[in-house]
Design a protein around this ligand. Structure first.
Ligand code: CDP
Length: 229
């Protein structure tokens, strides 16, 4: 069967990774969470003391980029890959609200994007990949056969992320999450390099009122139509 590239982009906390994982599993494709890579670089910057009160020591981070080794390691128990930063599993740490608060500022840096985009293109060069992020359909894989652009109301997205973090035992406030989701949308959409925009040929998908199964079924059918063409 023909292999294609699937790009899932969209606003923060729209469930891109849930959809992307479901598609990858069903199609036996590789799933790549590009956001995890930006989160891991952010965690590194925080650990090195390059971020203080939301201010990034940009020159220090850029100078250290060569020291950052990122790797996805497949966890057979969980059924998906986890992010390793310089040999250490950081899957839990990169999902905290603290990292979310700094990640969009790190993701604005040109040198960071150049490094990560090159890695992403390498991971997807054989096709058979589902990648989620902000610039996958526009910059990383502009020729992807299927592009989905996901949106939902800020409140719905904040509730979803709030529940997720509570389940993980994080002590967070709903208002703080809502503010973070909206702030990241703003920075991601207004940055100079590779801003979050819908690719002209992407399917617009507002999932405010669509269940997970229904959402998966609709996009999976799209994928099959392209694969079988
Ligand atoms: O919280 P959510 O799952 O929506 O975000 P994520 O996919 O983990 O991405 C975290 C952040 O990384 C985004 O808010 C962007 O600032 C940045 N990012 C990016 O700039 N480009 C990508 N391809 C993926 C993520």
């Amino acid at each position: 069967m023909k292999k294609i590239t699937i790009a899932v982009d969209g606003l923060s906390s729209t469930g891109k990774s849930t959809l992307a994982k479901q598609l990858a599993k069903k199609l036996h494709y590789i799933y790549v969470d590009s956001g995890a890579m930006y989160r891991a670089v952010t965690l590194y910057a925080m650990q090195e003391g390059f971020i203080e009160n939301g201010e990034i020591a940009k020159a220090d981070l850029i100078e250290s980029l060569d020291k950052i080794e990122l790797k996805f390691v497949f966890n057979t128990h969980l059924g998906f890959a986890e992010m390793f930063l310089n040999g250490k599993n950081v899957e839990r740490e990169i999902r905290t609200l603290e990292v979310s608060k700094n990640v969009s500022q790190v993701a604005e840096l040109e040198q960071v994007r150049t490094k990560l985009v090159a890695m992403q293109q390498e991971m997807g060069k054989e096709k058979g990949v589902v990648m989620d992020g902000r610039d996958i359909g526009t910059v990383v894989f502009p020729n992807a056969e299927l592009k989905v652009f996901m949106t939902a109301s800020p409140e719905k997205r904040a509730v979803r992320r709030y529940k997720e973090l509570l389940d993980k035992g994080e002590n967070v406030k709903y208002e703080e999450i809502l503010e973070n989701v909206q702030k990241r949308d703003y920075i991601d959409s207004n940055r100079q390099i590779s801003p979050l925009v819908k690719a002209d040929d992407a399917i617009d998908f507002d999932n405010s009122d669509v269940g997970l199964d229904d959402q998966f079924q609709r996009i999976y059918e799209h994928a099959l139509r392209i694969i079988e063409k």
